[in-house]
Design a protein around this ligand. Structure first.
Ligand SMILES: NC(=O)c1ccc[n+]([C@@H]2O[C@H](COP(=O)([O-])OP(=O)(O)OC[C@H]3O[C@@H](n4cnc5c(N)ncnc54)[C@H](O)[C@@H]3O)[C@@H](O)[C@H]2O)c1
Ligand SMILES: O=C(O)C1=N[C@H](C(=O)O)CCC1
Length: 266
């Protein structure tokens, strides 16, 4: 069987670095190229930390897609760049696997119609960690019985977007199964703006950013006399890689946009 040819965008980033190593070390995958803001025209193996991993480096995505034959783009960059890369990949017939977070509902709607128009698969996964997917699924289950929910997401202090993609997705999944509910006292007032966090469908999301953290979330469910906490912690970026592999394998069999790996795993 022929190998899945993969391009990684953002190879020198925290996640991109792991993804390059995953693709390079996976038998059924081939690293076709990388897209990096610097090092155009070099081989990846010449860049510190990638010794022995041969792949051409492109700074221009259109040039990359025109020069290299590829099946899948893994994007791990920034929200604005990720949206541009995803649209460009779809327009070139390359299937995107997007880990980049910070996409708006409008971005997702736009990508959904572009995916339908092109008839190829696309996966946007706010969190690739299998434990995080289960945390979201368990939270959705719990919300049927505990409609009062607060989400606390905690990430490293270099994160650009807030709330996290995982927290937004968790809130969306919970909103899909519970009636809209304004939580807390109906007359509550913030004496310092933002004290109650972001409000999604009556649910509050609190974003913590601290050095030393990687990616953590707890979903609190309160009821009369009891508290249920569903929590997940990623302690390193390797925790995301089995989900990245699953997404690359899965996107090859899809012809629609899938938003969230919970739609892929049983
Ligand atoms: N889905 C998940 O499971 C998951 C897990 C971790 C991080 N993330 C998300 O992945 C993204 C990357 O996270 P990170 O921690 O690796 O960030 P990072 O800042 O370490 O890496 C981002 C990389 O993108 C590169 N980049 C920026 N613009 C570019 C361009 N035009 N072309 C090519 N490369 C470009 C930067 O140079 C940088 O190396 C973020 O959006 C983050 O929220 C998702
Ligand atoms: O490190 C990040 O940034 C992460 N972002 C994702 C999110 O926004 O949910 C997932 C975990 C790590």
């Amino acid at each position: 069987m022929s190998k899945v040819k993969v391009i990684v965008a953002g190879p020198r980033g925290r996640m991109g670095n792991e993804a390059v190593k995953l693709v390079h070390g996976t038998e059924g995958f081939e690293l076709a190229a990388v897209i990096d803001r610097k090092h155009n025209g070099e081989s990846l193996s010449a860049i510190e930390g990638f010794h022995g991993i041969e792949a051409p480096v492109f700074s221009d995505i259109n040039e990359c897609f025109s020069s290299v034959e590829a099946d899948v783009l893994i994007d791990l960059t920034t929200p604005e760049v990720g949206m541009f890369h995803t649209e460009t990949a779809l327009n070139h017939g390359i299937r995107p696997v997007v880990g980049t977070t910070g996409f708006t509902k409008e971005d997702l709607a736009k990508l959904d119609s572009l995916t339908k128009e092109k008839g190829i698969g696309c996966i946007i996964a706010p969190n690739f960690a299998i434990g995080a997917i289960l945390m979201m699924k368990f939270s959705q289950m719990a919300a049927k019985y505990f409609p009062d929910v607060e989400i606390i997401e905690m990430h490293h202090d270099q994160k650009l977007d807030a709330p996290s993609g995982t927290a937004s997705k968790t809130a969306d999944m919970i909103a899909a199964v519970r009636e809209t509910k304004q939580q807390g006292h109906p007359n509550e007032k913030e004496t310092i703006q933002g004290a109650r966090g972001a409000n999604v469908d009556g649910m509050h999301i609190h974003s913590v950013r601290l050095p030393g953290l990687v990616a953590h979330q707890q979903v609190l469910f309160g009821s009369d006399g009891e508290l249920l906490t569903v929590r997940h912690d990623s302690f390193n970026r390797a925790s995301f890689m089995s989900g990245v592999k699953l997404a690359v394998d899965s996107v090859m069999k899809l012809d629609v946009l899938v938003y969230g790996l919970e739609n892929i795993i049983e």
